[in-house]
Design a protein around this ligand. Sequence first.
Ligand code: BTN
Length: 255
Amino acid sequence: MKAEDIKAAALSCPFCRAFTVIESTTSTNDDLLKESRDGAPDGRVLIADQQLGGRGRVGRTWSSPAGVNLYMSVLLRPELEDVAALTPLALVAGLAVAESARATAGVDAQVKWPNDVLIKGRKVAGILMEAAEGRSGRPALVIGIGLNVNQPTFPEELADIATSLTIETGRSFSRSLVAAGLLSRLHARVSQAFEDGIEPVLDEWTALSSTIGRRVRPQDCPEGTALSVDTSGALVVRDDSGEVHRVIAGLIDEL
Ligand code: BTN
């Protein structure tokens, strides 16, 4: 995977302005969080061939073997003062990953609230969004994306819940092209969310969602039917007594 190849494939994508591909690191999110403290610019992108301490949501690890998958992080410094307005960007990122997997590999990728990407119920990508060091009173965030591209198999404990583009299609993919397609899509969707507001993007998220309309079991509220996502990115769930709950964070099971 070479930075020149990714840039050549995504020439018009502004996320290719300050761009680095490295062989190995602990975690691309950790690196960009540190760079944000040193003043790294909006749109800075870091991609690693391997992570030795890849991190997932809720304190989990993210398996990041060398040479097969995509591990990338993007630093955003939006022209906003309202930190809460950034929360739904995690859903926006999930949508962009699902759309680019569909376009690149022809797979039926779906988004599971809040931001997992699934193919036939197995996870092909995950997103870890973290607050970074802002400037002049403005927030900043790092969006970290792990996408399983050419991984041929998974260890026994993951085999039933994880998948890759290769497992789903029987083909292998140029990770540079996958990265270029993903960065372009991410830029398009993030820009749309900032320019036109979040609602149109959430409509697209809902159309690709495995969650909406399903029975779900959230961690911190009763089981029920997932009705929608609201503009803050929360999942709206109606329990069996008819009471409506807003789930704002954590994990859910789709039943
Ligand atoms: C999850 O589903 O739990 C989120 C996984 C996020 C993994 C990516 S890989 C690139 C970036 N660096 C990390 O350490 N984590 C994210």
